[in-house]
Design a protein around this ligand. Structure first.
Ligand code: SF4
Length: 331
């Protein structure tokens, strides 16, 4: 039995806001396995990015974190800051959405990658530079020997994202968290970057946690999917479970709002607005927007549905009073 590289157990993140506490993550439990891609999907404000930042210990001081983050079995929230810093970049690394904002404009790409390498390896500059050239080549930068001395503004958007990935994998981490890594890229480059990330997951045996608002991005990329709403996982399962037999009305609404070339048609917007972390609705937090709540009655407004296993699949789980007893009707 393979152990998870990253395990979150009842993770809760609350921010101190100007008008009171903001509950961003409300009891997330998940596992990410070596050599697999776990996609965490949801609208803006669903708690995906706060979950990602808590997993690598990069939340601001205004955040309170409860629950556990186990990185190869070691609890991030119980270890010293020194140990956390040592793990960050070596065992767990992160790729952010905006490569231009994340790279230092005054340092060459090669210098930034070799600095990341030297933080965790006692090597001289020449050796680290050689490693930077090697990983730039590995992420598909042509003529890495020459481009290693370029500054970020001399790279295109796609190349900068590749450089960020190179910096993240230079120490061959066990876990890579990629937070909306393709959002700022055009569609062709998006595909290339996703293919690169999945190729690296296979080659390096990493656990890749792919954070995205776009279900279309994960269909051909993920092994497993966790759908988040209001800081909770409302459905999880294999790609087939989520795409072929969604068991949560929110997942189905997300799918109906995703363009599909094989079944073109009008996209359906999800009614209402995402639940606010400052004033979460009672019961199921999706109930003010849910087309099925009326068929269930009071329970949707008063009782939080547990994330229960679904019949017919050992991975599939959903948190919904309606589908706990019946299937969603066909469209
Ligand atoms: Fe809709 Fe009720 Fe299911 Fe929530 S529990 S998704 S409100 S039917």
């Amino acid at each position: 039995m393979v152990s998870p590289a990253l395990s979150l157990r009842d993770l809760r993140v609350t921010f101190r806001g100007s008008s009171g506490p903001v509950a961003a993550v409300n009891g997330v439990t998940l596992d990410a396995y070596p050599g697999q891609v776990l996609a965490v999907v949801g609208e803006s404000g669903s708690g995906k990015s706060a979950t990602a930042l808590a997993s690598i210990g990069l939340l601001p001081e205004s955040a309170t974190v409860d629950g556990s983050v186990l990185i190869e079995g070691a609890d991030l929230n119980a270890m010293s800051e020194k140990r956390r810093v040592a793990l960050r970049g070596s065992t767990i690394a992160m790729v952010f959405q905006d490569a231009l904002a994340s790279l230092n404009p005054f340092r060459t790409i090669g210098r930034q990658i070799s600095d990341a390498y030297r933080l965790h390896h006692h090597v001289d500059r020449a050796t680290a530079r050689k490693r930077a050239v090697e990983v730039l080549g590995r992420v598909g930068i042509r003529e890495p020997q020459r481009r290693v001395d370029d500054y970020p503004h001399e790279f295109s958007g796609g190349m900068r994202q590749r450089a960020m990935i190179a910096m993240a994998i230079v120490n061959e981490p066990a876990i890579l968290i990629a937070d909306e890594p393709t959002t700022a890229l055009d569609v062709t480059v998006q595909r290339q970057v996703l293919d690169l990330l999945t190729g690296l997951t296979d080659d390096l045996g990493m656990a890749l946690v792919l954070i995205t608002h776009d279900l279309g991005v994960v269909a051909e990329t993920a092994d497993r999917i966790a759908v988040m709403y209001a800081g909770r996982i409302v459905e999880s399962g294999s790609v087939l479970d989520i795409f072929d037999r969604p068991a949560h009305p929110y997942t189905r609404a997300l799918l109906q709002a995703t363009p599909n070339l094989e079944a073109p048609g009008r996209l359906a917007a999800i009614p209402g607005v995402p639940a606010s972390g400052t004033n979460l609705p009672g019961g199921c937090p999706f109930h003010p927007r849910c087309a099925f709540a009326a068929a269930v009655g009071d329970a949707c407004r008063t009782q939080r549905p547990p994330l229960d296993p679904r019949p017919g699949s050992d991975q599939h789980r959903a948190a919904c009073h309606y589908t706990a007893e019946r299937e969603l009707p066909h469209d």
